[in-house]
Design a protein around this ligand. Structure first.
Ligand code: 5GP
Length: 262
């Protein structure tokens, strides 16, 4: 499929004009960044894995009635998506305290929260995506009104419920994650769609037994074996199948990994 002009280049993805009005092509890069771009590297094969993992999760969410921007995956690194106007807010859902929550508030790392905690960050790299209150979202019109905010909060909690179960079934604790939403007009109706991606780049995922981190914290904290951890998530989700020991699988060698074609 021919890509149109580049619309936007982010840290981990590029968005191109799509083949039809209202569509875009989302390209997953291998770039990894952390701490507001202070730490940068390339993790070979990450984009391919995130493309597949995010496709899998978005398709599953679509089946439980969450509308997403994903139309279909095009190839190893690209998805055809609906072009949306991104709401400039990161919706963060936490089940276990870690990361910035523990740093900011001194909560013990690993504290299990009594119920999912929803946080909001204003999407602004220059300001370092600051944590904001619900009142900021409405006051500065990042979210149109209380009804729209209630709708998105409700989506976040439903997505969390679904993903908690999905990951628990494959021996993974869903610690926390970040969601982004966008707006588009479908048949004359302004519609809120889940956008961006859900992958080990945007979630914290711990092995149930060993608590081994299977997510971007391996990059953030220099824990090594980043791609092996992402492969492990993809393998447990049933997206990739490989012969032999996962630690021996070098990503990028097609013979060692078979990708299921849906
Ligand atoms: P924290 O606020 O503890 O750094 O992150 C909470 C969760 O949201 C983590 O799963 C983290 O990966 C995700 N998250 C928060 N902000 C960002 C972001 O700007 N980019 C990505 N990829 N993930 C984020």
């Amino acid at each position: 499929m021919n890509k149109g002009k580049k619309l936007y280049e982010g840290k981990a993805k590029i968005l191109y004009e799509g083949p039809e009005k209202g569509t875009a092509i989302q390209h997953f890069k291998d770039h990894a960044t952390a701490f507001n771009n202070l730490k940068k590297s390339t993790v070979e094969g990450k984009g391919v894995l995130n493309n597949r993992i995010s496709e899998h999760i978005f398709n599953n969410l679509n089946q439980i009635g969450i509308q997403t921007h994903l139309i279909r995956r095009l190839n190893m690194r690209e998805q055809l998506v609906r072009l949306v106007e991104i709401i400039p807010v990161e919706f963060i859902v936490r089940n276990i305290a870690t990361g910035s929550l523990t740093k900011k508030l001194g909560i013990a790392d690993g504290t299990i929260l009594s119920k999912p905690l929803l946080e909001y960050s204003y999407k602004n790299d220059d300001l370092g995506d600051p944590l904001v209150a619900r009142e900021h979202l409405l006051e500065f019109k990042w979210i149109k009104n209380q009804k729209e905010l209630d709708q998105i909060n409700n989506y976040c909690l439903r997505i969390n419920d679904f993903m908690l179960g999905m990951f628990r079934g494959i021996g993974i604790k869903l610690v926390d994650f970040k969601l982004e939403f966008g707006k588009t007009n479908i048949n004359g109706v302004e519609t809120i769609l889940l956008a961006d991606e859900i992958s080990p780049d945007t979630c914290r995922l711990w092995d149930v037994v060993s608590e081994k981190k299977l997510d971007k914290d391996r990059f953030r904290k220099d824990l090594g074996n980043i791609i092996q951890a992402y492969q492990e998530v993809a393998r447990r989700l049933g997206i990739i199948h490989e012969e032999g020991n996962i630690s021996e699988v070098k990503f990028g060698k097609p013979k060692s990994i078979k990708i299921k074609n849906k």
